[in-house]
Design a protein around this ligand. Structure first.
Ligand code: BDR
Ligand code: CA
Length: 314
């Protein structure tokens, strides 16, 4: 049995972000969710901070603290992904507007304060969107970097290429400068790139098993997944779309489902052609510092089993 971990989820929901948050809600024995911090990404901050609260209410977890953070990347103009996630970011099911309030505190300050007040090495950061909030927190309070237990993040891609440009994955592409700050910070990183998430397709029989859970959150999730995958099915010609963000939470629950290695990862910030590319030294051909555990392989059936089992516990 794993010890219970304190986590902060930094997110830009997003249907797959919603799946990740729901996986955390279904796993209270292993995870203590200290707060959800919203960042601009898939859609505007106004929508991501709204969507995070919708998910909490859908799962009857109004007690969750939700904070709004950065409304734009460190230096670039915000790029969003309505073409994938729909106008609201959570298109698919009919969802009520949230009634629970946003916390007054700025998300970046919440991250700083929490890392300073919790024991060193106690808090894991789970990043499911552009790394803007995390980078702002590290820039504002460099002392917190060494207090982070681990940053587990979804982003990047190497063998698989990119999904928003041929070279870049969306989360890193939106704010490469933030990713660069984080990857240079010295924080222990576990990276879930497209190389692993593209192995996690929402195949019909997998979605059917989630539907069989039958609860309102599971039903809403199925409708979200059906909306979310239509774009990827067209793009990749696959049976279902890749499910990205829940890998981060699944890794905390069952690390044995995943396989990767420690590598150097550098972020391209200069080139226009390859902006946001994550250059992974998988074969250790340089002596650059190994700053991230890069995950490449996953037990896909085990992952979907875990997801379904935990959705049933919400
Ligand atoms: C990532 O980008 C977003 O669209 C998803 O929510 C995920 O975090 C995949 O590239
Ligand atoms: Ca996301």
């Amino acid at each position: 049995m794993l010890e219970r971990r304190k986590i902060i989820i930094d997110t830009d929901p997003g249907q797959d972000d919603a799946a990740a948050i729901m996986l955390a809600f279904g796993s209270p024995a292993e995870l203590e969710l200290l707060g959800i911090t919203a960042v601009a990404g898939n859609v505007s901050l106004a929508l991501t901070s709204r969507n995070a609260r919708i998910i909490c209410e859908l799962c009857d977890r109004r007690d969750t603290k939700v904070f709004a953070g950065a409304d734009k990347p460190l230096v670039r103009k915000l790029v969003t992904a309505e073409h994938v996630h729909g106008k609201t970011g959570l298109d698919g099911p009919v969802l009520d507007e949230p009634t629970m309030p946003l916390q007054d505190q700025y998300a970046v300050d919440f991250i700083v304060e929490t890392l300073r007040s919790e024991p060193a090495g106690a808090v894991t950061l789970c990043a499911l969107g552009p790394l803007t909030n995390v980078a702002l927190a590290f820039q504002k309070a460099p002392d917190i970097v060494e207090r982070v237990r681990e940053l587990v993040m979804m982003g990047g891609g190497f063998f698989e290429g990119g999904n928003i440009t041929p070279a870049a994955e969306f989360n890193i592409y939106v704010d490469p400068e933030a990713a660069d700050v984080v990857f240079r910070s010295g924080v222990p990183i576990v990276m879930m790139p497209l190389d692993v998430t593209h192995r996690l397709l929402t195949r019909k029989e997998r979605v059917k098993r989630i539907a069989e859970v039958g609860t309102p959150p599971a039903k809403a999730m199925v409708e979200m997944l059906e909306f979310f995958e239509r774009f990827d099915v067209e793009k990749y010609g696959s049976d279902g779309g890749p499910l990205h963000d829940p890998t981060v939470i699944a890794y905390l629950l069952k690390p044995e489902l995943f396989e990767g290695r420690n590598c150097n990862v550098e972020i391209e910030v200069k080139s226009e052609l390859t902006a946001g590319m994550t250059v992974v030294d998988w074969w250790h051909v340089t002596d650059r510092k190994r700053n991230a555990k890069v995950i490449r392989f996953v037990d896909a059936d085990g992952f979907f089993e875990l997801l379904t089992e935990r959705f049933a516990k919400i």
